[in-house]
Design a protein around this ligand. Sequence first.
Ligand code: ADP
Ligand code: MG
Length: 237
Amino acid sequence: MLIVNNLKKNYHTLKDEIKTLHNISFELKENEFISIVGPSGCGKSTILSILAGIIDKSDGIIICDKTIGYMLQDDLLFEWLTIYDNCLLGLKIQKKLNSENKKYVLDLLEKYGLKDFINMYPNNLSGGMRQRVALIRTLAIKPEILLLDEAFSKLDSQTKKFVIDDIFNILREEKISCIMVTHDISDAITFSDRILILQEKPSIIKKEIITNMTEIPSKRVYEKEYLKLLKEVDDNV
Ligand code: ADP
Ligand code: MG
């Protein structure tokens, strides 16, 4: 699906060079969910920005011919557009707005419980619902790979529980692979098949942990297994 090989990134400021990614290599398989964790400033967001094509890499190889969707912490909904128009925005920007895609968006809104809200504005919605709208806007372009950068860190824990289950099911149903950046280790464990732990910049992948948890997130809390993973990740961050 996606191969990253010897990826390097140095930022250049007027004065100096900031070596951020020293050497990052990994592969994302079909229907796989990977989380990336690591200390603040180690370059997690940099990896996603490069994969999304927003910034250039300094060196390395990225092989990917899939459509990529990208979602950030801020839901970036426009308050003056209705929920429906917000969801159509990505398609509009890509000049792919046609009746078939519009129907797809309406179907998604219906399928994920937002049909009654399509003519309302974002400020009428709860945080969790807004995040779901942002997700549908991202799904509208039919991504095969979804990149999530701290996308749930602003939600309170109760809302997050619902949203996480929700999104997990949506990804499964739409057969989307995912790379999630998070500072929340427990999110990383609940969500992913594999966790990549980065070290301080200039960063490399310090450790890879396979979770082997395949149930939907809310059903996954097998205390012992979870606590063991939590300790293993925590010891390595
Ligand atoms: P993370 O998401 O892991 O917190 P980032 O990828 O946002 O880290 O940033 C990693 C490092 O790269 C930062 O510590 C900073 O030094 C550097 N960096 C990020 N963006 C820029 C930029 N636009 N210009 C210069 N340096 C940057
Ligand atoms: Mg970041």
